[in-house]
Design a protein around this ligand. Sequence first.
Ligand SMILES: Cc1ncc(COP(=O)(O)O)c(C=O)c1O
Length: 399
Amino acid sequence: MSGYSPPEWVKDLGAEAAFAVLAKAKEVERRGKKVYHLEIGEPDFDTPSHIKEAATEALRRGETHYTPTLGIPELRQAVAESVKRDYGVDVSWEDNVAITIGCKQGILAAILALVEKGEEVIYPNPGYPEYESAAWFAGGKPVPYNLSIEESFRMTPEKLAEMITPKTKVVVVNTPGNPTGVIMSEEDIKGIVDLSEDHGFYILSDEVYRPIVFDGLKHVSPLHIKRSLDRLVVADGFSKRYAMTGWRLGWLLTPKEMMPYIFKLLNVMTSCPPAFNQYGGIAALKGPQNPVYEMAREYERRRDIVVEELSKIDGINFVRPTGAFYALVDVSKVLDRLGLRSEEFVIKLIEEYGVALLHGTALGSNGEGYIRISFAASEESIRQGIRRLGKAVEDALKS
Ligand SMILES: Cc1ncc(COP(=O)(O)O)c(C=O)c1O
């Protein structure tokens, strides 16, 4: 025994459980059982080749040294240009843009730069676990906004208004959302922007799934409404839309006054983003955007398959996804019948039915009763995986 004892706050940190589910599924596969994988939230596409080539060329050229902490100017400029193109809003690459190690680091840096000890961070639950963990890191108080299937997983300005206190510092919005797969309406975003203006809290808008929207719907950001970064931080990145999860590259848009503190935090954490990756990022933003839209259309096609297959299962409930690549399924009836928690049901699904899904509690305490399906997977995996879920539900409800 080394005598090691972790500090209390580290004990309480939540790490992403999808990786633990994957490890469990791999263990079952090693025993010779076929498992369909619908648990991990990452594109199954390869990074488009022009992006890989740009990074490879940079590596060959010797771009292997430290870069400025906030990223190389050309990439920050490319981000600013993409913001102008996509939102019609002018931002300054020097004052407002930081390059981060994935959107995840941007979320952490933003919350650390904003939150004093004891201040409250309201975040969607179930939701991406980083928001709650980052609030802990900052010594703040994470306050879950409980999403419910009855309200189609909406974060409504009316309910939010009831949760705001003098200590509310940040409200996190995530659209299109993980794990709900729903996009927020312009009306709801506008209502939250109005609340921010009345009460003075910051909005942290996580837009990592931004172009992955379906049914001809449009992603609406608080930035579209406000047209400035006044009390607004946007965390975004390359991972999902360009299939670049392993590159660990993202960006943050912040008000000018905040940027020196983002600089300090990123400098302390990582000194700078990887040099050659940033050239891949430039190629992604400045190169052809059709791969992004082609992948989004393919996710939409798969969404239709998910809806078709889920609709055949009696005893569950879900909201038709309108973005990202997730469907959140209410299996509470099944859990009640089996006397299991969602985490235990997920293990049962892997071991007995050969399908790996993510339990809702991996995405927050309010995720009990749900499981998440990721459709960043092949059509075969989606159909077979959901049919196996269907069999498990049928077996449970007739037991
Ligand atoms: C909502 C949300 N935000 C941010 C991230 C992190 O993205 P990145 O890989 O760019 O760090 C994820 C990853 O799953 C996510 O689901």
